[in-house]
Design a protein around this ligand. Sequence first.
Ligand SMILES: [Fe+2]
Ligand SMILES: [Fe+2]
Length: 201
Amino acid sequence: MQSPLQSFRQPGLESRIRQRVDGLPAKLQAHIARAQDVARELAPHHAVDPERAALGILAHDVARAMPGVELLERAARFDLPIRDVEQQVPLLLHGPVGAEILRREEGLSAAAEMDLYQAVYWHTTAHPTLDALGKVVFLADKLDPNKRKRYPYQPQILELAYDNLDAAILEFLTRQVVDLTNRGHLVHPTMLEARDALLRV
Ligand SMILES: [Fe+2]
Ligand SMILES: [Fe+2]
């Protein structure tokens, strides 16, 4: 059961996140709205509250529009670990930086609202410890119908996602690792760790 403090804080947190999202570029806001539709649809198949999933998606890209230099600067200021791949591709830091912004500036509790914090933090690479909410947020982000061109295998991921979140994430990560490798790009180590963990399930 939620404490009175939590239920008091929750609407405040949501409206503060909403305010931030209202300041994001229109294209990004449209992506968030489409991914929220996917999250609301997917969540009930996995005992996840659809509104919690929609809130996770609302929050996930708060740092997505930040220039790479600022992401690196914020990550350093927030004492976040910065991997080699993130030095090279700072965009990979927008999940961790976004989660920390919500914690430090919008009152998201990394303890009481660990589920949301983790969902935002790991939405780009996934992570071995993701819970059901984090998995729904991860997948709904990739299943935005406008990302079909970027992820031609999206229909297969969508089909798997209704039935089995882990199978859908494993398939997505495998395709991504192959794709990134074929194009000569670096692969984020956490993506490989998340995939390894799913292979062991
Ligand atoms: Fe993102
Ligand atoms: Fe996104």
